[in-house]
Design a protein around this ligand. Structure first.
Ligand SMILES: [Zn+2]
Length: 508
């Protein structure tokens, strides 16, 4: 929670002071705990951004509608500063904000309010028609419905999702995101005639470098083989992803201290912990450490690990390494509200990762009442970059979070207990995959063989086609084979024989 509350002070954008302060805070804490973190630098794509002032007020009454003090993230990333003294401009409502909604409206130099995404409004109002800036109310339907009579909580009047506009040195314009309450105030005033608003923006741009923290606990047997765990620093949220950073930080320190005090043997393979700019940091690490990357065995992404499920709505999810449920929709494996991505059957390569991590999470759940669910691969966070390089990887997250990417994703929505559950499970899986011996591998053969039988039985009950059954058989055949590479001490005749026996079983 210390990391969550520290990072919550800032809207972290790679290259900006809050991002860098978070990098430094994580590095210093790891250092103090006896790890030897290093900060790696790489070229920043685009520019860093932050702001000091972002206020929209009625020009006549000075009543503040949006501000940094109250709304924290209502100004869009890449907004430029207004001239000294601010901008005094007409407010024009374009409703839904489609091209047709602009007909007959003069928006040049105006501030344009609409329900379209801030990017669409920007294109139509700023780029095509010379508006001074835009205010968008667009919001994902799983955050709140459009119709206030269907709201289930008061804060749905005040919630909005932060956004960004294109970096545009010529337009030098601004974008805002607004809650329904703020937008309603503006629309209410517009009913009785023209309205002017005063907009004041003071923002700053930064030119990098991009930075990430890398810490390792070296393997005692095969240090060139790695288990990698990644959390992302950028974004303003407490849960997204202050909580992933805090969870990874706490689990890395717990492992380090347990090993230093000899409560736990050192891992057989190296454990690598990375905190960086989502996807870009992972790609930079995979590129800068190409030789090490070839021997990464498994990867865990930690993104939104701390949600207080009672307040935010969604359960803990393991987003599985892409398996047949990512290709063929299965009734037993629903997608999250985030939605699936296009995965081809030819991309699938079975591994033990999903079932081993799920078993470890369920073991934790048995003791604590923790709710553990899974979803098929959807992608979007750091695991996507490792997947691209053929490394078995999965995501630890929570969804649907009804504060996702909003002004209200603050530390009061974060649960320390939930982070402990995720941290214990990921640390256990990471250490197990790094350190498994022959006995662990034999147990894993049974685990994977059991999961294979359960999956095939389940698919019989949900009318799987022969294609789907074949895909699962192939997947689990490969998953069983992957157990042969599990012992950190190297191949074992007993494990090879157990895998061969399991594969020869009818239906196996
Ligand atoms: Zn995230």
């Amino acid at each position: 929670m210390d990391i969550v509350t520290f990072m919550d002070q800032y809207w972290r954008v790679a290259g900006n002071p809050g991002f860098n302060a978070s990098v430094d805070r994580i590095r210093d804490g790891l250092q103090k705990a006896g790890l030897q973190p290093r900060v790696e630098e790489f070229a920043l794509r685009g520019r860093g951004w932050d702001y000091q002032v972002g206020t929209v007020a009625f020009a006549d009454t000075d009543e503040v509608l949006l501000s940094r003090e109250r709304d924290r993230v209502s100004l869009c990333i890449n907004s430029f500063s207004t001239p000294d003294g601010g901008v005094d401009a007409p407010l024009i409502d374009v409703g839904a904000g489609r091209a047709a909604d602009f007909e007959g409206k003069d928006v040049k130099g105006a501030v344009v309010l609409g329900a379209a995404s801030v990017g669409q409004l920007w294109q139509q109002a700023v780029k095509a028609r010379g508006a001074a800036g835009v205010i968008s109310t667009s919001i994902a339907p799983y955050i709140r419905p459009d119709d206030p009579s269907r709201f289930t909580s008061q804060d749905q009047h005040d919630v909005f999702q932060w956004g960004s506009v294109p970096y545009d040195q010529e337009a030098r314009a601004f974008g805002f995101k607004a809650s329904l309450r703020a937008a309603s105030k503006m629309r209410e005033r517009l009913k009785s005639g023209p309205v002017r608003v005063k907009v004041n923006v003071r923002s700053s741009f930064y030119d990098g470098p991009n930075r990430m923290v890398v810490a390792e606990i070296p393997g005692s047997i095969t240090p060139d083989e790695r288990i990698v765990m990644v959390a992302h620093i950028q974004e303003p949220g407490a849960n997204d992803d202050g909580s992933g950073c805090g969870t990874l930080y706490a689990l890395a320190i717990a492992l380090q201290q347990a090993i230093a005090s000899k409560a736990l043997p050192p891992p057989g393979r190296t454990l690598t912990f990375i905190w960086g700019d989502e996807n870009r940091g992972s790609r930079a690490w995979l590129t800068a450490h190409a030789e090490q990357a070839k021997r990464v065995q498994y990867m865990f992404s930690l993104d939104m690990t701390g949600e207080d499920v009672a307040k935010t709505g969604g359960a803990f999810l393991i987003e599985k390494q892409a398996d047949p449920s990512a290709v063929w929709p299965r009734p037993s494996d629903p997608h999250s509200e985030w939605g699936g991505s296009d995965v081809k059957a030819s991309e699938l390569k079975g591994s033990l990762l999903n079932d081993v991590h799920l078993a470890i999470c369920r073991r934790r759940a048995r003791d604590t009442g923790w709710i553990v669910k899974t979803n098929p691969y959807e992608g979007g966070s750091d695991h996507t970059e490792f997947k691209r390089d053929g490394i078995p990887s999965l995501l630890n997250w929570h969804f649907t979070d009804r504060y996702y990417h909003t002004n209200l994703d603050r530390p009061d929505k974060t649960s320390a207990a939930e982070m402990v559950n995720v941290g214990v499970a990921v640390a256990t899986s990471g250490w197990f995959l790094a350190s498994a011996d022959e006995r662990d591998a034999l147990a894993s053969v049974d685990l994977i063989a059991g999961a294979a039988s359960a999956r095939l039985a389940l698919e019989q009950t949900q009318s799987a086609t022969p294609d789907i059954l074949d895909a699962w058989r192939k997947w689990y055949g490969e998953a069983l084979d992957s157990v042969r590479r599990l012992p950190a001490t190297g191949p074992s005749a007993a494990v090879d024989a157990a895998v061969a026996r399991a594969r020869a079983r009818p239906g196996g």
